[in-house]
Design a protein around this ligand. Structure first.
Ligand SMILES: [Zn+2]
Length: 437
């Protein structure tokens, strides 16, 4: 199918990679940005009125549990892709803890082929660091890289063996894509269900101390420093973790890091309701941690916002807090939650938020995305900053409804999305069709 010619008119274009923040038009042709500027004319092009809206590069999510292949009771390729589109994400990087685990060239090739066939968004699978995520034997990282893995991660499981982690990081020095670390010292988290602090004590729930994260961040930073490997720290949740990363960056360690919308906006007190939609790993922390994470995002210590979208079936999340699995959905609410809570309140400037969803995650992986200069792929996300809406489970495209933001009133919403110049969302309505099985 030939991508249409589209003239996006009169929007506020925010393209952090190019240092652009101005009202102008954008002409899309052949799936690419053909021109941008004021008062563009394009005979015969479809018009897309973006007056009063923000036009940004398509968002990139570095951390998604798509659950494909093999866990279709939680999410399908179609429901996950639709959830991404609704949230403005045109590229998602997917974790390897699927069934089968993405730990061989054959599996990653098969996943790429199937996701590519659907083709609504760009899906970039990570490959596992260790076979079967068992933490015992490294995968054939060379073969997996050749099969276009953009990163390596055992996410869901920490790599407890420091020797293995060191060898994995050594490998990234030569071959590029980072190791994405889920930093958790299991001997400290044990059977914990929430952050270990006064709230856990009051609720009588087993805690997971902040040190479970920080000792692993410290270890991995030291290993990255020693090996000169490429390390990306997933879902930083602690203020002390932000400090460690800031210091390491100051020493020139090749480290990047991400933070989730829920860790930026919620604290462990959410667990007062005993609801499993507030149970995730790492857990929600304290007000002081939340402040430190916001500062880290603002000053660039934390490079990217990533959702850690982790759908589970209703039955699984309806178990009691101890038995329910960790994880929350996040694709469809990320931008709106952060606009409402951080940008609209003046905590984080809009261009910084947009950069953390576009140019900066692209830099983390070294992929040619997240910008709208002439000749770039026309992945575009358009936002209405005035749209007022309430988060309701019934409106999710995702099969997962385990959202910590249910019932929140948000201001700001994604209205239109183009992937490689093809409109896939217009005025909040999908232009892609498929079984939402
Ligand atoms: Zn994780």
């Amino acid at each position: 199918m030939k991508a249409p010619r589209i003239l996006i008119k009169g929007g506020r274009l925010i393209d952090p990679a190019e240092g652009v923040d101005e009202v102008c038009d954008l002409l899309i042709e052949g799936g690419k940005v053909a021109a941008r500027g004021k008062g563009l004319k394009a005979e015969g092009a479809q018009g897309l009125d973006a007056k009063g809206k923000v036009v940004a590069p398509g968002f990139i999510d570095l951390h998604v549990h798509l659950r494909f292949p093999g866990q279709e009771q939680k999410e399908t390729l179609i429901t996950g892709s639709k959830a991404a589109i609704k949230g403005g994400f045109t590229t998602i990087c997917t974790m390897a803890n699927t069934d089968p685990v993405i730990d061989s060239g054959a599996v990653i090739e098969s996943v790429k082929a199937q996701t590519g066939k659907l083709g609504w968004i760009r899906i970039l699978p990570y490959a596992a660091v260790t076979m079967g995520l068992k933490g015992e034997t490294l995968t054939e990282m060379g073969e997996l890289r050749a099969a276009v893995a953009v990163g390596f991660s055992d996410d869901g499981m920490p790599i407890l063996n420091a020797g293995l982690m060191r060898r994995a990081l050594e490998y990234t020095r030569l071959a590029g894509p980072p190791v994405i670390a889920h930093c958790e010292e299991k001997s400290l988290t044990g059977a914990g269900v929430m952050h270990d602090g006064v709230t856990a004590t009051r609720l009588g729930l087993a805690g997971m101390p902040a040190e479970a994260e920080t000792v692993m961040i410290a270890r991995d930073l030291l290993l990255a420093e020693g090996t000169r490997g490429r390390l990306h720290i997933a879902h930083v949740s602690t203020g002390a973790g932000v400090e460690l990363i800031r210091a390491a960056k100051g020493r020139g360690v090749q480290v990047t890091a991400e933070v989730t919308p829920h860790h930026l906006t919620l604290t462990d007190e959410a667990l007062n309701t005993y609801e499993s939609r507030f149970k995730m790993n790492p857990p929600l922390r304290t007000e002081a941690d939340l402040e430190a994470l916001r500062n880290g995002l603002r000053d660039g210590t934390l490079d990217a916002v990533a959702t850690d979208h982790a759908p589970h079936s209703r039955a699984e999340k309806e178990l009691d807090l101890g038995a329910a699995p960790f994880g929350v959905v996040g694709l469809e609410t990320a931008a709106a939650v952060l606009l409402t809570e951080l940008v609209n309140r003046g905590t984080v400037p809009l261009p910084v938020l947009i950069a953390s969803l576009t140019a900066r995650p692209a830099q983390v992986l070294g992929i040619d995305r997240g910008r709208l200069s002439k000749g770039s792929a026309a992945d575009v996300t358009i936002l209405d900053l005035e749209a007022d809406w309430i988060v309701e489970a019934g409106s999710f495209a995702s099969k997962g409804v385990n959202s910590p933001f249910l019932g929140w009133r948000l201001k700001g919403q994604v209205t239109d999305v183009l992937v490689a110049g093809e409109p896939v969302l217009r005025n909040g309505q999908f232009l892609v069709n498929g079984e939402s099985a």
